[in-house]
Design a protein. Structure first.
Length: 528
């Protein structure tokens, strides 16, 4: 592969030109099976105001349409499309996530995507109104489909489901949410206390979505080896900051030195966002791809993580991206709120900003806007998206971001230990090797988290069974970098590698090395 072309900032287009429809039937069939993601993160706004049919019959009909039609000639595009089709069949067929995971239905109902200014306000408000009018039907589908929700999964997502109605005045929509809440409250009380998918189902989800062939031992070893590497990095950085002191004491003090209010976090994130964006260009890592970022609280329906990015999507009018930060629940005791805010300490917030903004998710979204391929613009592997943002946290350290302050590397290590622990918990929890209580203690012990945040992470694992993709993706991209370094020899540099990755879009990580170095081999690898 030759040197990657340099992405240029997308040209601004007039408001009102955002309603782009992609008509290729094979791409459209699989994209409609992930409708909420396609609408928000690809920008297919012909889907605005619509819901996905997640009834048992609707899912069966959607799956029947997947995989029919011609494949594209480009081998990378063909691989991305076929792997996504396989992943979709596993998610809705073998795993039947529409029956067990309320998040699938939460995403179908969520109207927060209409907050971004990708089109004139009246157009977005009309779409939002149509979407809300469809809530009763969507809830009917959810109640019919969700017949096997584990109790911990219902407990984990009930606050976000209740949050759907927080900014909604439509009485029919509110009544629909109340029905879904009541349905999930039943499972929260009387559902199966065991949230585990089981070993084979867990492996099917990981392998199908990322074109991999890993077993439990390999996943466990990957988490353990990454944890060991990061602990050594953390110890070295802590010794630079406070020589001779135990790592646990240094980390405890740094994390405790956190913000006291959510407003403090938003203000610090805005300042840090400007800093991390400037470093991408001053270091020569990436060109400036333009665009604006707004920092603020996550909508109530999206408060199941810590932070997230809703980027200006490839098929929509350019508009500010939203960097959402999840505040503590105001109903919590003061100490529990303080523990949650410690996640955004001055030591860890810079790494979070690198991950969410630049060169992480925001920059990735800007790069997707420069691509010509509808498949690369539309279909995004979770492990690549998260792995890219996780990988560049460490790249920034290598390039000397805040080199004079060991706290940046400490923050990188703490965030990475969190992700490695997620992988270990994902495997342990869903193979029944550990309990939820064990998972919480693992986040406290191995990721140096305070209990409120550790509890949240453990509960997230009940509905986000595959949240090991952060570490899985990061390790895969790091291995691809070493292969590229060896293959390109003196022509290798970090900018070339990053641009080459971004030119691929967000392919399943199992095809990245071949896509970079031998794309002609891909058709033989992926057959339906």
């Amino acid at each position: 592969m030759g040197a990657a072309a340099t992405p240029t900032a997308p040209a601004a287009t007039p408001l009102g030109s955002a309603r782009v429809s992609v008509t290729d039937p094979r791409l459209r069939a699989v994209a409609l099976m992930i409708r909420a993601q396609t609408r928000e993160y690809a920008g297919w706004h012909d889907l605005d105001g619509t819901i996905q049919d997640l009834s048992p019959e609707g899912v069966a009909a959607g799956l029947a349409a997947v995989g029919t039609g011609e494949l594209p000639d480009d081998p990378v595009d063909a691989a991305i499309l076929q792997v996504t089709e396989r992943s979709t069949r596993v998610a809705y067929g073998e795993l039947a996530l529409h029956r067990t995971n309320p998040y699938v239905h939460l995403a179908n109902l969520d109207v927060a995507s209409y907050d971004r200014e990708y089109a004139p306000a009246p157009e977005r408000e009309a779409a939002r109104a149509r979407h809300l009018a469809a809530w009763p039907d969507a809830v009917d589908m959810a109640v019919r489909s969700l017949d096997a929700v584990p109790a911990p999964a219902a407990q984990a997502l009930l606050p976000s489901v209740r949050g759907l109605a927080a900014s909604v005045s439509d009485e029919k929509a509110q009544a629909a949410v109340a029905r879904l809440v009541a349905h999930l409250e039943h499972f929260a009380t009387d559902g199966d206390p065991d949230p585990a998918l089981g070993e084979q189902r867990l492996l099917a989800g990981y392998n199908a979505s990322e074109a991999l062939d890993l077993d439990v031992t390999e996943l466990t070893d990957l988490a353990a080896s990454e944890t060991s590497r990061l602990r050594a990095m953390l110890a070295e950085a802590c010794d630079r900051l406070r020589p001779g002191e135990p790592v646990e004491d240094v980390v405890r003090d740094l994390v405790a030195d956190g913000p006291t209010t959510a407003d403090d976090v938003y203000a610090a994130a805005r300042t840090t966002t400007e800093e991390v964006r400037a470093f991408a260009t001053s270091s020569g890592l990436l060109p400036d791809l333009g665009g604006d970022v707004l920092v603020g609280p996550a909508p109530p329906s999206r408060r199941f993580a810590q932070a997230m990015m809703s980027w200006a999507a490839p098929y929509e009018t350019d508009a500010p991206s939203r960097y959402y930060i999840v505040p503590p629940d105001e109903s919590w005791p003061v100490e529990q709120q303080r523990e949650w805010l410690s996640v955004f300490s001055p030591t860890t917030l810079p790494t979070i900003c690198v991950h969410e903004v630049t060169p992480g998710h925001f920059t990735h979204g800007r790069a997707l806007r420069t691509l010509d391929s509808p498949i690369r613009r539309t279909l995004h592997s979770g492990a690549f998206v998260e792995g890219w943002a996780h990988h560049v946290e460490e790249v920034y350290a290598e390039l000397g971001f805040r080199a004079e302050d060991p706290r940046y590397v400490i923050g990188v290590c703490l965030e990475a230990l969190l992700r490695a622990t997620r992988l270990a918990v994902s495997v342990g929890l869903h193979t029944r090797a550990i309990t939820l209580a064990d998972a919480e203690e693992m986040f406290i012990r191995d990721a140096h988290m305070q209990r409120a945040a550790a509890h949240g992470e453990a509960m997230r694992g009940t509905v986000d069974a595959f949240y090991g993709i952060y570490t899985l993706g990061k390790v895969a991209l790091r291995r691809a970098r070493e292969r590229a370094r060896a293959a390109w020899g003196p022509a290798y540099d970090e900018k070339r590698f990053c641009l080459a990755l971004l030119a691929l879009g967000a392919p399943p990580v199992g095809v990245v090395e071949a896509a970079l170095l031998d794309p002609g081999s891909l058709p033989a690898l992926w057959q339906n």
